[in-house]
Every structure is written in C-alpha cells, then in structure tokens.
Design a protein around this ligand. Sequence first.
Ligand code: FES
Length: 182
Amino acid sequence: MNAHGQPPDQLDRRSYLTRVAAIAVGGIISVIAPVAGLFTFLDPLRKKADARGLVRIGSIHSLPHNGEPRKLPVIAEMVDAWNKTPDVPIGSVYVQKTGENTVRVLNAVCPHLGCSVGYSAAKSGYFCPCHRSSFSLDGKILDPRSPSPRGMDELHAEVKANGDVWVQFQNFRKGTADKIPV
Ligand code: FES
C-alpha cells in the first residue's frame, strides 16, 4: 500500500497512462501548430468580402454631386488560421461620384513609395506630401516632375441598385510603372 491507499502497481499504471496521454497530446499540438502557421504564412490574411472580392465602402447618396472626392476607409473582416476579426481597416480610398450611378475609386496610397495622398479642393487634385507627386482628379500624374512612376491606382467598383458602393480593394507594388497587384 502507498500513501494513497492503493497498491503500488495500480498507481504506477495510472501515472504511466497519464504520461502517455500527455505525450500524445503534446505530439499532436507540435504537429498542428507548425502546419497551421505554414498556412498562415502562405495565405497570411484573407479579406472577407462577397464572392467576387468586393467590399462595401458606403453609399453613392452620401457623395457630393459636384464630383468632389471623399476619402473613405475600407473595412473588412479578416480571417487567418486561428481568428476571424470583424471590422478591420485594410486601407482607404478616394471615391468620386462621376454620374448618376457611377463612381471613380482611387487607392489613397501614393504609388511612389506608399505615403498617404491628400486631396486639395483649392487645387482640384491630389498631392503627396512626401516627395511632391501630384495627381489630377482622375488619378493621372499632374506635374511631370512628380517622382511617382504611375498615376494613382484606380480600383474596380460597382454601384448596386440601392446605391451601395462596393470596391475590389487591392494594393499594388510601389515604385514601378506597371500596376502589379501585391
Ligand atoms: Fe508620394 Fe514619394 S511617396 S511622392
């Protein structure tokens, strides 16, 4: 008999089984964790959007009729191997009403080196404070001395029947003349 009032071999068998179970669980975790981490690395964060990758950013009814752009955040649900996080800001865009049911959406990031581009109503254009690139309202390079190798990145957008504006949000490689998705 031992201190627990049990025969020694019964206690030994129980502690042996406990140890085997702990090793098995530890082994399973040590296999699952790197595999999950690998998937997270290969596909780090996925934006939850509709089936075609469109994210709702607002309503056309809230945009000025004179075509003045509004800067809007792009909010999406992010999903990784472990978590589902709602309402994560993934970028921002300038949205302009260009017609009764049409909009122009530009990524608000400068294609030169990624600074946030500002809008000037007085100059009717966009200006990057970092290295002075300037862009017209349709996103084209305004001043030819602008260091940006391309105009602002226009994004595919759709206006639904109820006026909701949906955008296919995408970032592109900085510093290249070509628009290369990243
Ligand atoms: Fe905009 Fe350089 S980052 S001009």
